[in-house]
Design a protein around this ligand. Sequence first.
Ligand code: SAM
Length: 245
Amino acid sequence: EPGLYIVATPIGNLGDITLRAISILRGAEAVACEDTRVTGRLMQHLGLKKRLIRHDDHADERARGGLLDLAADAPVALVSDAGTPLISDPGYRLVHEARARGLNVVTVPGPSAVVAGLAIAGLPTDRFLFAGFLPQKAKARADVLAELAGIRSSLVFYETAPRLVAALEAIGQALPGRTIAVGRELTKMHEECRSGMAGELAAHYTAHPPRGEIVLMIGPPVAEAAEDIDIDALLAEALTTDKPS
Ligand code: SAM
């Protein structure tokens, strides 16, 4: 069926491609991608030869229009270099405009590092806020962390190995006392998930500089939870005192 198919691809382990992703890619008229070499390798691994069209959110109106014209008549797949398109990856404008045109937009879900990390971190997952990449500059990073500090949920960021220690130190300052988990090289040979306090982890990764790809996760504020318990206790006490004896 014609339309725009948003296809998730592996985040490091080729075995994680879904059966449906393979079948959609096989049937696609064209595959829009971030880097034709990266997607070319995936297609080669799958034994598929397809027209690859480089696309990102900076593409001009005309290039995007061309892809959407194509999707109006035939199935067009959108993939990113790894994981789920649109999640800290290009595709937002394309999907937005495809929907505005009334095209068929179909999700073909699969791996995403944010979910893969949360699934093994051992942090509460009932509420989480994914905030993409932290800013690189110290001031901007501190501002974002200060803004998120009061949010009562786990926080998830994408981070790069060279910036991990600086990020952990900034988190230690802005969100003291919270449990941190670092998910690294998920689904790959050297998958690791390490948790602790910001200071402990900063010390560890200073001594053992990390390599590879990283999801940085922060548990919810503990002080706030304790305050809740206090309020409940106070309320219970108040109610008990009011009861006629
Ligand atoms: N769209 C992708 C997804 O759904 O996960 C994310 C793309 S974003 C440009 C790339 C970032 O995702 C990396 O810098 C890293 O923070 C995170 N990431 C991707 N693969 C990962 C992996 N195997 N292990 C840990 N983090 C990963």
